[in-house]
Design a protein around this ligand. Structure first.
Ligand SMILES: O=C(O)CCC(=O)C(=O)O
Ligand SMILES: [Fe+2]
Length: 285
């Protein structure tokens, strides 16, 4: 069993619920980051029409690199303070301009070759968040209950009961600027559009075990995924459309896995959620 957290209580709570909420940035650091963001010039100017800004989706590669260096510089000490043997793979600003930016309900793409191993996202808002301005919402205990590979051109397994997820399962986490939630990337999560007059600015940092193989799962055909070596540089230099299109000749293959994805019903989901701890205990051991 991998030790993910330095602190045993956090480890226990994380394994059970799939997330922990922790203090992180000081108010000085929050202010510093807000000032630095204001100097950055993404292609979409942090104000995409009817959508949210995500650094990875922005076509300005120089901006993406500046973002990576800025976030990495501030958050590496926190990664080492909270986690054991993890490092930053990629990071993003997620900005929801006023009155827009609803997300799709999703799991994050698996980022390492072993889908039973654990990668985490640190999500840290730079403004106070509540449900109505786009606080993150998660389904507690939804991590590792189904061996599903979330990937481009592949529907989420819960696509047939998304309304029920919103009504019954997803719960928002009101947070102060600088607090953070650290969650298993397999956890189902989402956020509403920002209904306030101020931009909702948050940071996402994806961390992987240093001894794992960073991997992008490319859906080669209906039958299988090709595992592509995908380190920090891969995410900085790839445009999102590259990952939804044809396989690129310069990608480095690290293997293949069978596509076992299937769509399930809400009834099956409820059962898996209920038996989550037992299912995970098999995976963790
Ligand atoms: O910023 C948000 O509301 C969602 C972020 C997200 O999907 C993530 O951190 O993985
Ligand atoms: Fe996400």
């Amino acid at each position: 069993m991998r030790q993910i957290f330095q602190d045993n209580d956090l480890q226990k709570s994380f394994l059970k619920k799939g997330y922990v909420q922790v203090p992180m940035l000081s108010s000085t650091q929050v202010m510093y980051l807000l000032e630095e963001i204001a100097k950055l010039r993404p292609y979409d100017n942090f104000a995409p029409k009817n959508s949210y800004h995500c650094s990875f989706l922005d076509p300005n590669l120089e901006y993406k690199r500046q973002t990576y260096n800025l976030i990495r510089g501030i958050f590496t000490p926190f990664v080492n303070e909270y986690l054991v043997g993890y490092e930053i793979l990629n990071c993003n600003f997620y900005v929801k301009p006023p009155h827009t930016g609803e997300f799709q309900i999703h799991q994050n793409w698996p980022a390492i070759a072993d889908i039973n191993d654990t990668t985490v996202t640190i999500w840290c808002p730079l403004v106070d968040v509540i449900e109505s301005n786009g606080a993150i919402q998660v389904v507690a205990g939804s991590h590792k209950i189904l061996p599903h590979i979330e990937a481009p051109n592949s529907p989420p397994y819960f696509v047939n009961f998304q309304e029920a997820l919103i009504e019954k399962y997803l719960k928002p986490f009101p947070m102060k600027a600088g607090e953070a939630i650290i969650f298993d990337d397999g956890l189902i999560h989402w956020s509403r559009k920002n209904d306030s007059d101020q931009s909702r600015i948050a940071i996402q940092i994806l961390c992987i075990p240093s001894d794992a193989t960073p991997t992008f799962f490319f859906k080669e055909c209906e039958e299988r995924f090709e595992l592509i070596h995908a380190d920090s540089e891969f995410f900085l230099t790839s445009h999102v459309s590259d990952l939804y299109g044809d396989r690129k000749p310069d990608w480095k293959s690290v293997g293949f896995v069978k596509n076992q994805n299937r769509l399930i019903t809400e009834e099956e989901f409820a059962k898996l959620l209920k038996n989550g701890e037992e299912i995970r205990s098999q995976i963790y051991s």
